[in-house]
Design a protein. Structure first.
Ligand SMILES: Cc1cc2nc3c(=O)[nH]c(=O)nc-3n(C[C@H](O)[C@H](O)[C@H](O)COP(=O)(O)OP(=O)(O)OC[C@H]3O[C@@H](n4cnc5c(N)ncnc54)[C@H](O)[C@@H]3O)c2cc1C
Ligand SMILES: Cc1ncc(C[n+]2csc(CCOP(=O)(O)OP(=O)(O)O)c2C)c(N)n1
Ligand SMILES: [Mg+2]
Length: 575
C-alpha cells in the first residue's frame, strides 16, 4: 500500500471531524490535496470560479450548521482571493478553516513566482494562522487550527507548501477524538442578584437582542413576559428573535423601524443580550444599560454600560428567571407595540404593486418572495438595498434562515452564500436576493450553479445603479457620481449560462415569474426591473440643511416615509 502523504492525512483528519466539502479553485500547489480528495471520496470538492466565493460559501455553511466549514486556495493569488470572504467569516464569528497552499518550501523568502506571505496577509482576519514547514507538524497544527476556529468562533488558516503536502506523513491519523466542547457559561450568583435587582426596580425595560440569542427563544419570551419589555432586535438577531414573538417591536438602526428606535430611547433600563449592534447614535443616553454577552471583551464596546455580565444567553436567562418579579406595569410595552403596529402598517403599504405601473417597487418584490418561498427557505441578501428589503419584508419563522454580510458589509455576498447554503442543505429552497451591482461583482459564479447543478434561485433587484451608495451620497448632500450601471440583460446572461432566465418588467409579471422560478427544477435567475429611487427624499429638507447631520437624515431617507422621520429628527435631535 502506498504511504500516506501529508495531504492524505489532512483529508483524513478533516473527514473524521465531519467535514463533508471543501470549496475552492484548484492549482499546482494544491494538487496534493485535491488529488487526495479525488482518490479518497470522503469529501466533495466544490469547484467554484473565484476563491472569494469559496470563502463566503464556507462561511454560509458554518453559519447555518454551526460546524466547521473549509475553503482552499492555491499559492499566492489563489489564496489571496479568499481574503475578503474570510474577513466576512471572521467578523461574523463563524468557524471556518482556510487552507492556503504555499510555494515550494525551499523557495520561501526568495521572491519566487507567486510568492506571498499568507501568515501576514491573513493575520488580521484569523485567530490562528500558521505555516506547516515539515511533516512532523501534522496533524497537530491542523488540529489546533480546527480547535481554534471552533472554540473562538472565527477563521483559522493553515499554510501548506505544495511540496510538504506531498511528503510522507509521520503521524497516521487524528490525535483528538472528542466532540466539540459546549460549556454552559453563567454569571456568578452575586452577579445574577445585581442583575435581577436592577431589572426588578425598573418599570420600563427594553430588551435589545442579537445573534447571541440563537437557541434561547423560549427563555427570551419568558424574560420579556416577566419584565413586560418590548424586544428590539439587531439585524443578525432577526432570524432568531422576530418569530412567534408577542414582544417584537422591530429592528433599530439606519434600516430599522421607528418603533425599534423609540422603544430604546424611551426606556429606563436597556438590557442588551447577545448583541454587538454597532451604531452608537441609536443607544439611549440616559437609561441604565445592562449587557449580557458570552465574550467579556464585548461588554461596553458600543455604549456606556452600567453592569456587564459574562454568560451565554440560555444559561444566564434560565438562572435569572426565578429571581425576577412579575412587572405589573405594561404601559411601556403597549405603547411600543402600538408604535410597531403603525410602523409595520406604513411599511406594508409601501409594498404595493403600484396599481400595475412601472417601475416595480422593490418592496413589492420582497413581499412576493416572502409569500411564495417555502417555510424553511434559506435566503441570502446582498449588501445594498437588498439588505433593506430583507430586513423589512422577509418573515422569519424559526425554520427559515437569513444570510448576509452584516458585520463586514461586503458587496457580492449573496450568490456565494447561497452556494454554501445549497451545498450544505441540498433539499432546501435557497434564494439569493442579489443587487445588480453585487451580482456583477462575482458574476462568474453564476456558472457554478449550472456546472454543479445547484437549484439556487437568483432574484436580481435590477435598478441599474449602486442604489444604496446613491442614497448615501444624496443624504450626505453630494451629487451622485460613479453609481450608474449599464447592465446587460441578466436573464439572457443566465440563459447563456444554462440557467432558466426571466425578466419581470411590470408588477403583474412578478408573481408568475417568481412562481415559475421557484418551481423550476434547477437553477434560475429572475431579473426584476425595480425603481431606482425608492426611498424618496423628504420633500421639505434641502441639501444645505442636511449637511452636518447626515446620519439622521439618512435614517429619514431610509424610513421610506420622509415625513415620519423628520418628526423623529425634530423630537430627538433638534430640541
Ligand atoms: C447595508 C447595511 C445596513 C445595516 N443596517 C443595520 C440596521 O439598521 N440595524 C441593524 O441592527 N443592523 C444593521 N446592519 C447590520 C449591522 O452592521 C450588524 O451586523 C448587526 O447589527 C449586528 O447584529 P447582532 O448584534 O445581532 O450580531 P453580532 O454583531 O454578531 O453580535 C452578536 C453578539 O452576541 C454574542 N454572542 C454570541 N453567542 C452568544 C451566546 N450564546 N450568548 C451570549 N452572547 C453571545 C457575541 O459575542 C456578539 O457580541 C446593517 C448591515 C449592512 C450591510
Ligand atoms: C466590496 C464592496 N465594494 C463597495 C462597497 C460599497 N457599497 C455598499 S452598497 C453598494 C451598492 C450595491 O449595489 P447593488 O448591488 O446594485 O445594490 P443596490 O443598492 O443598487 O440595490 C456599494 C458600492 C461595499 N460595501 N463592498
Ligand atoms: Mg443596484
Amino acid at each position: 500500500m502506498a504511504k500516506k502523504k501529508v495531504a492524505d492525512l489532512l483529508v483524513d483528519v478533516l473527514a473524521e471531524a465531519g467535514v463533508r466539502q471543501i470549496y475552492g479553485v484548484s492549482g499546482d500547489s494544491l494538487n496534493g490535496i485535491t488529488d487526495s480528495i479525488r482518490a479518497k471520496k470522503q469529501i466533495q470538492w466544490v469547484h467554484v470560479r473565484h476563491e472569494e466565493t469559496a470563502a463566503f460559501a464556507a462561511g454560509a455553511e458554518a453559519h447555518l450548521t454551526g460546524r466547521l466549514a473549509v475553503c482552499a486556495g492555491s499559492c499566492g493569488p489563489g489564496n489571496l482571493h479568499l481574503i475578503n470572504g474570510l474577513y466576512d467569516c471572521h467578523r461574523s464569528r463563524v468557524p471556518v478553516l482556510a487552507i492556503a497552499a504555499q510555494i515550494p518550501s525551499n523557495e520561501i523568502g526568495s521572491g519566487y513566482f507567486q510568492e506571498t506571505h499568507p501568515e501576514h496577509l491573513f493575520a488580521q482576519c484569523s485567530h490562528y494562522c500558521e505555516l506547516v514547514s515539515q511533516p512532523e507538524q501534522m496533524p497537530r497544527v491542523l488540529e489546533i487550527a480546527m480547535q481554534t476556529a471552533l472554540s473562538r468562533r472565527g477563521v483559522s488558516v493553515v499554510v501548506l507548501p505544495g511540496d510538504v503536502a506531498l511528503r510522507d506523513a509521520v503521524e497516521q491519523g487524528s490525535r483528538l477524538h472528542f466532540p466539540e466542547p459546549k460549556p454552559s457559561v453563567c454569571p456568578s450568583d452575586d452577579e445574577l442578584t445585581i442583575l435581577a435587582k436592577a431589572l426588578n426596580n425598573s418599570k420600563k425595560t427594553t430588551i435589545l437582542g442579537g445573534a447571541g440569542c440563537a437557541g434561547a427563544h423560549q427563555e427570551l419570551m419568558e424574560l420579556a413576559g416577566k419584565l413586560q419589555a418590548p424586544i428590539v432586535h439587531a439585524m443578525r438577531g432577526k432570524e432568531f428573535i422576530e418569530y412567534d414573538n408577542p414582544f417584537d417591536v422591530g429592528m433599530t438602526g439606519l434600516l430599522g423601524f421607528s418603533s425599534g428606535y423609540q422603544a430604546m430611547i424611551n426606556c429606563d433600563v436597556l438590557l442588551m443580550i447577545g448583541t454587538d449592534f454597532p451604531y452608537q447614535q441609536f443607544y439611549p443616553k440616559d437609561a441604565t444599560v445592562l449587557q449580557i454577552d458570552v465574550r467579556g471583551e464585548q461588554l461596553g464596546r458600543r455604549t456606556k454600560v452600567d453592569y456587564g455580565f459574562v454568560g451565554d444567553t440560555k444559561t444566564t436567562l434560565r438562572a435569572l428567571l426565578p429571581k425576577l418579579e412579575q412587572n405589573q406595569f405594561d404601559e411601556h410595552l403597549q405603547a411600543s407595540l402600538e408604535h410597531y403596529r403603525k410602523a409595520r402598517k406604513g411599511l406594508d403599504e409601501l409594498a404595493s404593486d403600484g396599481q400595475g405601473k412601472k417601475p416595480i417597487h422593490p418592496q413589492y418584490l420582497a413581499r412576493v418572495l416572502d409569500e411564495l418561498a417555502t417555510k424553511d427557505a434559506i435566503f441570502s441578501c446582498d449588501v445594498g438595498t437588498p439588505t433593506v428589503w430583507a430586513a423589512r419584508y422577509l418573515t422569519m419563522n424559526g425554520r427559515r434562515r437569513l444570510l448576509g454580510s452584516f458585520n463586514h458589509g461586503s458587496m457580492a455576498n449573496a450568490l456565494p452564500q447561497a452556494i454554501g447554503a445549497q451545498v450544505s442543505h441540498p433539499g432546501r429552497q435557497v434564494i439569493s436576493l442579489s443587487g445588480d451591482g453585487g451580482l456583477a461583482m462575482l458574476l462568474g459564479d453564476l456558472l457554478t450553479l449550472r456546472q454543479l447543478q445547484f437549484p439556487i434561485k437568483v432574484i436580481v433587484f435590477k435598478n441599474n445603479s449602486l442604489a444604496f451608495v446613491e442614497l448615501e451620497m444624496k443624504a450626505a448632500g453630494i451629487l451622485d457620481f460613479g453609481t450608474d450601471l449599464q447592465n446587460p440583460n441578466f436573464a439572457k446572461v443566465a440563459e447563456a449560462a444554462g440557467l432558466l432566465g426571466l425578466t419581470a418588467e411590470t408588477p403583474d409579471q412578478v408573481r408568475p415569474m417568481i412562481t415559475q422560478a421557484l418551481q423550476h427544477d434547477g437553477p434560475a435567475l429572475v431579473e426584476v426591473l425595480v425603481s431606482r429611487h425608492e426611498l424618496s427624499m423628504p420633500p421639505t429638507i434641502t441639501v444645505e440643511q442636511m449637511k452636518g447631520f447626515s446620519l439622521f437624515m439618512l435614517r429619514a431617507v431610509l424610513s421610506g416615509r420622509g415625513d415620519e422621520i423628520i418628526d423623529l429628527a425634530r423630537t430627538n435631535l433638534l430640541r
